[in-house]
Design a protein. Structure first.
Length: 128
């Protein structure tokens, strides 16, 4: 069994662990575009001290490229305290990055839930 056998995917509208990538339908070459990635967009992920999204990674694979490149690596270190004292904030699994692209390709996001493992989401990126 390899790592790819452990990465899960599903329809993000029905599964709270799938990272959802939001980017404009098309972006201009060389111009910064906002790329947002969230987990639990349609069905909220609980993000408690016992059950949380630990990190999200964002990758881009240009058309015709053999391998993707890592765009960003985002960790979430606080998940509330589990009690009502409010001493610890609760991070939400959401990130935004400004990225300039020169060519069209595919964006991939990978997220890690401490209970349910690795999850993947993807979307196409059109560069004009």
């Amino acid at each position: 069994m390899g790592l790819s056998d452990l990465i899960k995917d599903a329809d993000w509208k029905k599964e709270k662990h799938v990272p959802v990538i939001e980017v404009p339908a098309s972006v201009s070459a060389g111009e910064p575009a906002t790329v947002a990635v969230s987990v639990g967009r349609e069905i909220a992920h609980p993000n408690t001290p016992e059950h949380f999204i630990a990190w999200i990674k964002l990758f881009f694979q240009a058309e015709g490229a053999q391998f993707p490149v890592e765009v960003g690596d985002y960790s979430f270190s606080v998940h509330g305290s589990g009690d009502d004292d409010g001493a610890f904030p609760k991070a939400e699994p959401f990130v935004e990055a400004k990225v300039s692209f020169e060519t069209s390709g595919k964006l991939f996001a990978l997220s890690y839930c401490n209970i349910h493992g690795l999850w993947q989401g993807e979307t196409n990126l059109e560069v004009e």
